[in-house]
Design a protein around this ligand. Structure first.
Ligand code: ZN
Ligand code: ZN
Length: 561
C-alpha cells in the first residue's frame, strides 16, 4: 500500500451515539470509490467502484476496494448507495454481492440499469434494488437518506444526505456545477442550502479538480469544436469517448443528423450502454440515424460516423485495435478524422499518445484535447467548491475522490472560507464524528485487491514485482548437476536466458565461478539443494549486476544425480 500510516493503530470501540466513516477506496487515488458509514453496529456503504491498473501492474485487469475491514460484518450492511453509473463507483458491486447477494442496492434509474447489466454478466440475478430520484427520502436502519440532483459527466447522478442520530452527512458523489447542462439538470444548490440550514455536520466533497482554479467550462462549449470537425471532414469521422458519456454521444448524434451522416457504435460497452440510455430516455436518438457498425461501411465515407470506446488508450479497446490495424472491420483510410473527446486520466498518457501516433501513421487526422476544445471535465473546479462550502457551511469537511494532493487542495479551499475542522484521511483511515466533531480514530487494513482473469485477490504485490522484473529484465535459468557420490559438480552449468539481448559467449566467464561456488558450498557443509541453489543465484546475480548492469529473474536448478 502506498500510504501505510504507520503512526495509526486500530480504532477503538465507537462511542455510543457516534458515527464512524471508513473509506475503503478512492481516497489517495482516483478510482475504486467505497465509503462505509457505521452507526450503532449497522453499516451503510456508499459506492463500490474499481480502479484501473497502471503500467506497473502488468497482467492485472482491475483493482477492487479492500473489503477486509467489513468482511465479517456483511450482515450488518443496510444498503449500498450508488451515486452514479461510472465504473469507479459501481464496478466492484458484483464482487461485493458475490460475498452477500441480498445487499439492497439504491440508486437512480440509469445507475441501476448500468449496474444491472454488470450483475447479469456476473450471473447475479437475485438482487434487491431501490430506485430513487432527487428529492426522495428513504430509511435503511438508522440511516435516513435524502437524494439530491447533481450534475456530472453522466446523467442521473445523485448526492446523498445521510441523517443519523449522530448528525447529518452530505456526500456530493462526483459533481460539477455546469449552469447550462445539455439535459438541463443542474446541481441542486437550493437543496444544498436547505440541508446547510438544517445543519450539515460532515461534508464529503469531490476533490478531483480542487487544484484547478476557477470554474469547469460548460459542456456546451465544446459544440463548436465538434461542429468544426463535421464541417471540415470530407471522409469518415471516428469519435472516441467514455462509454458512459451519454451527453457527449448526444452531441455527436445531433451533429451527425445535421450533416446527413449515419452513426455506428463500436465496442461492446458502448453498444450496451447506449442501448440502455436510449431505452430509458436519457439519449434522444433521431429515427434512422443509428446503423449497425458493420453495415455502416456500405455507405460513402462522408456519410459515416463511428463512436468508439478506447479514449484512454486501453490496449484491448476498439480504438487501440483500429490504431494498430488489427480491428476486425474498421480500417483507417487516409483522410479519415479521429476525434478523441475525452480527458487524459493521469497514468494513461503513454497509451493515449501511442494510439494517436498509430492513427496518424495510418493517415488519419487526429483531433484531441491537446489541439482543440473537445472535452471538459466532469468535476467541480476550485471556484465551484468554494461556492458549495459557502452555501452549505458544514461543521466538518472530509475531502474525498482524489490523490492526496487533490484531497489536501480541497481541504485548503474549505479552510479558506473559514471552515476550521477539515479531516484529511486516505484509504483505511477511520474518521469518527463524536458530539459534532470529526477526527481521525485509527486505521483499518486496506490494501489493493487485484482481479486477474477469473481470480480475485490471489495475485499479490510480490507477484507483480516478479512480473515487472520479467518484463523489464528478462529471465535466466541456470541448471547444474551435482554428483551425489563425489559431492562435486558433474555437469553444467547450462545457462538459458530470455527477454534480453544477450550476446553469444556472455555467460562463458561466469560458468567456472558458479561451479567453484557450488563446490565450495558443498565443502563447507551445504547439504540441501536449496542452499546450493542460493549459491548459484548469489554468484550469478552479483556478476550480472556488476558486469552487465542487469537484474534479471534468476531461476537456479540444482539436480543431484
Ligand atoms: Zn464519476
Ligand atoms: Zn468518480
Amino acid at each position: 500500500m502506498s500510504h501505510p500510516h504507520p503512526e495509526l493503530s486500530e480504532p477503538g470501540e465507537l462511542a455510543a451515539g457516534a458515527l464512524r466513516v471508513i473509506p475503503l477506496g478512492g481516497l489517495g487515488e482516483v478510482g475504486r470509490n467505497m465509503t462505509v458509514f457505521e452507526y450503532d453496529g449497522r453499516l451503510l456503504v456508499v459506492d463500490c467502484g474499481v480502479l484501473f491498473p497502471e503500467d506497473q501492474q502488468p497482467g492485472v485487469d482491475l483493482i477492487l476496494p479492500d473489503f477486509s475491514a467489513i468482511r465479517d460484518r456483511l450482515d450488518a450492511i443496510e444498503a449500498l448507495v450508488l451515486t452514479h453509473g461510472h465504473e469507479d463507483h459501481i464496478g466492484a458491486t458484483p464482487y461485493l454481492l458475490r460475498e452477500r447477494g441480498d445487499i439492497p442496492l439504491v440508486g437512480s434509474k440509469l445507475t441501476l440499469a448500468l449496474v444491472n447489466s454488470k450483475l447479469r454478466e456476473h450471473r447475479l440475478r437475485e438482487t434487491v434494488k431501490h430506485e430513487v430520484t432527487e428529492g426522495m427520502r428513504l430509511s435503511f436502519g438508522p440511516f435516513d437518506l435524502e437524494f439530491v440532483a447533481v450534475n456530472h459527466s453522466i446523467p442521473d447522478a445523485l448526492a446523498v444526505a445521510i441523517r443519523t442520530p449522530a448528525g447529518m452527512v452530505l456526500h456530493t458523489g462526483d459533481f460539477k456545477m455546469d449552469q447550462l447542462p445539455l439535459d438541463g439538470r443542474i446541481t441542486d444548490l437550493r437543496a444544498f442550502a436547505r440541508l446547510g440550514e438544517e445543519g450539515v455536520d460532515l461534508f464529503l466533497t469531490d476533490s478531483t479538480n480542487a487544484e484547478v482554479p476557477g470554474f469547469t467550462v460548460s459542456e456546451r462549449k465544446i459544440t463548436p469544436a465538434i461542429e468544426q470537425v463535421f464541417r471540415e471532414s470530407e471522409q469518415r469521422i471516428i469519435v472516441a469517448c467514455f462509454a458512459s458519456h451519454v451527453h457527449r454521444v448526444q452531441q455527436i448524434l445531433d451533429s451527425a443528423v445535421k450533416h446527413g451522416r449515419k452513426v455506428g457504435y463500436v465496442g461492446r460497452s458502448m453498444v450496451r450502454n447506449m442501448q440502455i440510455a436510449s431505452e430509458l430516455g436519457y439519449l434522444d436518438v433521431p429515427e434512422g440515424v443509428i446503423v449497425d457498425a458493420k453495415q455502416l461501411a456500405d455507405l460513402a465515407p462522408e456519410k459515416q460516423v463511428l463512436i468508439s470506446t478506447g479514449s484512454q488508450g486501453e490496449p484491448m479497446s476498439a480504438l487501440s485495435r483500429i490504431a494498430n490495424g488489427t480491428h476486425n472491420f474498421v480500417h483507417i483510410e487516409p483522410g479519415d478524422t479521429v476525434l478523441l473527446a475525452s480527458s487524459l486520466i493521469p497514468g494513461n498518457e503513454n497509451a493515449v499518445y501511442r494510439v494517436i501516433n498509430g492513427l496518424a501513421r495510418l493517415g488519419a487526422k487526429v483531433v484531441h484535447k491537446g489541439n482543440a476544445l473537445v472535452h471538459v471535465s466532469g468535476h467541480a473546479s476550485a471556484g465551484e467548491l468554494l461556492y458549495c462550502y459557502n452555501v452549505v457551511r458544514p461543521a466538518n469537511v472530509m475531502p474525498v475522490h482524489g490523490e492526496i494532493r487533490h484531497l489536501l487542495a480541497n481541504g485548503d479551499l474549505a479552510k479558506l472560507v473559514g471552515i476550521e475542522n477539515v479531516v484529511i484521511a486516505e484509504d483505511g483511515v477511520v474518521v469518527d464524528l463524536v458530539d459534532g466533531v470529526a477526527s481521525v480514530a485509527g486505521k483499518v487494513e486496506c490494501g489493493y485487491v487485484f482481479v486477474d482473469g477469473a481470480t480475485v485477490g490471489d495475485v499479490t504485490e510480490s507477484e507483480l514485482k516478479d512480473r515487472r522484473i520479467l518484463g523489464e529484465e528478462g529471465f535466466v535459468s541456470i541448471i547444474i548437476v551435482v554428483d551425489s557420490v563425489s559431492g562435486k559438480v558433474s555437469a553444467g552449468p547450462e545457462i538459458h536466458a530470455r527477454g534480453h539481448a544477450w550476446e553469444a559467449g556472455d555467460f562463458d566467464r561466469i560458468r567456472q565461478p558458479i561451479v567453484d561456488a557450488v563446490n565450495r558450498a558443498i565443502a563447507e557443509g551445504a547439504t540441501d539443494t536449496y542452499q546450493l541453489q542460493q549459491a548459484v543465484r548469489r554468484t550469478f546475480g552479483r556478476w550480472v549486476s556488476d558486469k552487465m548492469r542487469r537484474r534479471p529473474m534468476i531461476i537456479p536448478v540444482v539436480i543431484e544425480a
